[in-house]
Design a protein around this ligand. Structure first.
Ligand code: ADP
Ligand code: GLC
Length: 478
């Protein structure tokens, strides 16, 4: 049995801004189900949602901070969660990365340096928890200093760094390195230094014993300048220690047969409940309740990565077609405003919800016919897998995990039964529009559409295979 300390900045259902939380809330559960001892370490933010009993475990002094570690359990699991309680740094309103006005935390480097220092203390069994992990599994730049700090320790646990997104790097001026009081020997070309600045991501990539990312295609893409965000050289240098493991989904939480957010449950054997959800979605959003009209859904952080600009450019043509569009998202203010303007211009055709809403996300997955993900890049992407599971056919760009999970509906793939969606390659509004038109043509052929839906619903996107691959990876180097 391996003992794994899983360090993350968010974990569903306790705190979530995106897919990292989904993975941190479901992969540890799947690993525990494989008989391993996995424990989560995450900051106790003010916004954290705790539903299980909590108890005090210990109090330690780390750098200049008094820290309490409190223990709870990840809901619906046996996984222990250790909360880093340091009110001075984490007890302000906002999410893990921005304050309540949406501004990035001015002290974000201090926040995640403390998380890393606490992780190192726990990893070295110096936090009075009486537990010595074999491996510390780090996730994204927020945990990038953990492998660096542990590299300074004798007889330390092994470190794995998982890249969920290369575009967020945690880069700060050199002066920040000094004020954080980090050991000077970490500075340098082979250390945390990145073009004269401090880079948390580079630290993780450089010091971890092993690196992985969340799809096989993204593992290749990030070794090129188009996707490597300046770190492609380091990644190709370390390619013998870099693998891709596709994310799974929490197939109990995202299950159309049992999902309690839905107006009706349904399965691949009986899709009739899907129409009930479609009607409910149309009704709640003020769209005409029209069973035959295709509904296109999009749920996303509204950022450039997700190809929102491509979608916006298509909209003026899409509204001329007999379809309805439903968008749920938040992020970039100009994307939010343009979407809201279009919704005001075309009521009854486009419905836009700006904000974050878990219940609506589930209803859109169930009620829409087609799901759009025109991402410029997508390390894995979870929404296309949720869509496949809910019989909502995805239209995606061929990149990262989208390329690894969606098989384009072409004559051959339709014939051999492997098609489950629509895929385009070129980053252009024209390519997206053409692909949506292709999807609408198949939608007009119900038996063929049903075949696509069922292929998607019968696919296995659970953690079964991928959690096993993580376990093999843990076993490989410790
Ligand atoms: P990313 O992590 O890059 O945002 P993913 O597809 O991996 O992309 O995961 C996004 C997750 O966040 C999904 O669970 C999705 O349903 C959820 N999500 C994104 N935006 C919203 C929103 N506005 N409301 C509810 N859920 C959202
Ligand atoms: C990131 C990526 C997304 C991935 C998620 C979980 O947020 O943008 O593609 O699915 O992490 O790994």
């Amino acid at each position: 049995m391996k003992k794994i300390l899983f360090v993350t900045s968010e974990a569903h259902p306790m705190i979530k801004t995106g897919g990292l939380a989904d993975v941190s809330g479901s992969l540890p559960k799947a690993i525990a189900q494989l008989g391993q001892d996995v424990r989560l370490l995450l900051p106790e933010y003010q916004a954290i949602h705790i539903t299980e009993p909590v108890r005090h475990r210990c109090r330690i002094r780390v750098f200049n901070y008094e820290v309490e570690i409190r223990e709870t359990t990840l809901p619906d699991s046996t996984v222990t969660v250790w909360l880093v309680n340091c009110p001075q740094l984490f007890h302000q309103p906002g999410n893990p990365y921005v304050d309540e006005r949406g501004q990035p935390w001015a002290n974000i480097a201090e926040r995640f340096t403390l998380l890393a220092r606490v992780a190192a203390e726990v990893a070295m069994n110096r936090a009075f928890l009486d537990w010595h992990p074999d491996i510390v599994h780090c996730n994204d730049w927020q945990t990038g200093l953990v492998p660096a700090l542990l590299s300074l320790e004798a007889s330390r646990p092994a470190t794995l760094f998982t890249i969920h997104n290369m575009a967020y790097q945690g880069v700060f001026p050199r002066a920040m390195f000094d004020s954080l009081g980090l050991p000077t020997m970490l500075w340098g070309l082979y250390g945390v230094e990145f073009y004269g600045n401090l880079s948390f991501l580079k630290s993780g990539l450089g010091y971890a014993d092993w690196i992985n990312t969340v799809s096989a295609t993204y593992a290749e893409e990030i070794q090129t300048s188009a996707f490597g965000c300046g770190l492609e050289g380091l990644l190709s240098h370390r390619r013998d220690f870099l693998t891709g493991i596709l994310n799974g989904i929490d197939s109990e939480y995202w299950n159309p047969e049992t999902d309690s957010y839905l107006a009706a449950n349904y399965s691949a054997n009986d899709l009739s409940g899907k129409a009930v959800n479609k009607a409910q979605l149309q009704k709640t959003l003020g769209l005409p309740v029209a069973p035959e009209t295709p509904v296109l859904g999009l749920i996303s952080r509204l950022v450039e990565q997700k190809g929102i600009d491509l979608f916006l450019e298509c909209l003026s043509e899409l509204v001329l077609m007999p379809l309805q569009i439903v968008v749920l998202g938040s992020g970039n203010k100009s994307f939010e405003q343009r979407l809201q303007q279009l919704a005001a211009l075309y009521p009854g055709r486009i419905a836009v919800m700006v904000g974050y809403d878990e219940a609506q996300a589930h209803l859109i997955e169930a009620g829409a016919d087609i799901f759009l993900m025109p991402s410029r890049f997508e390390p894995c992407g979870l929404n296309q897998m949720y869509s496949l599971r809910y019989g909502t056919v995805p239209v995606v760009r061929k990149t990262g995990g989208l390329a690894d999970t969606v098989t384009d509906a072409l004559p051959q793939s339709l014939q051999d039964g492997s098609a489950n969606g629509f895929v385009f390659e070129e980053i252009s509004p024209g390519a997206l529009l053409e692909t949506i038109k292709r999807a609408l043509l198949v939608y007009a052929n119900p038996p063929l559409w049903r075949q696509l839906q069922i292929t998607g619903m019968q696919g296995d996107f659970s953690w079964d295979v991928s959690a096993q691959r993580y376990l093999e990876l843990y076993q490989k180097f410790c």
